[in-house]
Design a binder for this molecule. Structure first.
Ligand code: FPP
Length: 250
């Protein structure tokens, strides 16, 4: 049986590389501390890593890259760090737009980004419009994002639709639910990478990771680049994804 939400391949041997990769970019602060630098320098170096990874993803055939740039929980960091991150996000969106256009990459945002500062919202709106027809790849930034919040939002919109009579409760299935998430128009998540050695999901893409592979590196995010992404992809292609079933030879 298959449905619009069914992402089990016919062949469980994962010979092909991942199409959709998400990254929890962790360790900017520790990278900076090790060098006796302020945390802001770590975030700045983190932007350079994003640029490297966007280019490397393209080389590796990853068409969809989803990055955890600012979580809903990140607001509880010191005010000056939050302000610095917001300024960095604004400047990066401004400075890198031409490069996204050159690489034919579409910018997509998930999370409650419309609640961010109006200058950032305007910059995002412009970037989305200017890159909307780009087909080489999709870069999704999670901004003011919470996986639980996204699930709650999807549940609420289904409840509203049922309340208004446009659907019945029996219409609510996995596909209908997934269609209400921020990631609705993205392919299934193949691989989730986390840097800095932490073994946590930190409220990222909670629904979407159901059948994703997980890859963790001890390297801090500012150290991450084509080499580590290539390793993650090579590991992924060696794994057999079973989606809860047995595969041949088991
Ligand atoms: C984690 O390091 C990093 C973040 C808070 C998110 C990533 C942000 C960037 C790479 C910079 C700006 C992003 C964009 C899209 C322009 P941490 O501070 O949690 O590190 P630590 O765990 O060592 O303290």
């Amino acid at each position: 049986m298959s449905s619009a939400n069914d992402h089990r391949p016919q062949d469980n041997n994962q010979r092909n590389g991942p199409v959709h990769v998400a990254v929890i970019m962790d360790g900017n602060g520790r990278w900076a501390k090790r060098r006796g630098l302020p945390r802001a320098a770590g975030h700045k170096a983190g932007v350079k890593a994003i640029k490297r990874v966007v280019e490397a993803a393209h080389e590796l055939g990853i068409t969809h890259l989803t990055l955890y740039a600012f979580s809903a929980e990140n607001w509880s960091r010191p005010a000056d760090e939050v302000a610095g991150l917001m300024q960095l996000i604004l400047e990066t969106l401004r400075n890198e737009l031409a490069d996204l256009e050159r690489q034919k990459i579409r910018l997509n945002i998930i999370g409650r980004w419309r609640a961010l500062d109006s200058e950032i919202v305007a910059q995002i709106d412009e970037a989305i419009v200017r890159t909307k027809d780009n087909a080489a790849g999709t870069l999704t930034l999670a901004l003011n994002y919470s996986g639980r919040q996204d699930i709650v939002d999807a549940a609420r919109s289904l409840a509203q639709a049922a309340h208004s009579g446009s659907i019945t409760p029996a219409d609510i299935d996995e596909a209908a639910f997934a269609a209400g998430l921020g990631t609705a128009d993205l392919p299934p998540l193949d691989l989730l990478i986390r840097t800095s050695g932490e073994m946590r999901v930190s409220n990222f893409l909670l629904w979407e990771i159901a059948y994703s592979e997980f890859w963790v590196t001890p390297d801090f995010w500012p150290e991450f680049g084509a080499r580590q992404l290539g390793q993650a992809v090579a590991d992924f292609t060696k794994r057999r994804r079973r989606y809860g079933a047995l595969s041949e030879g088991d």
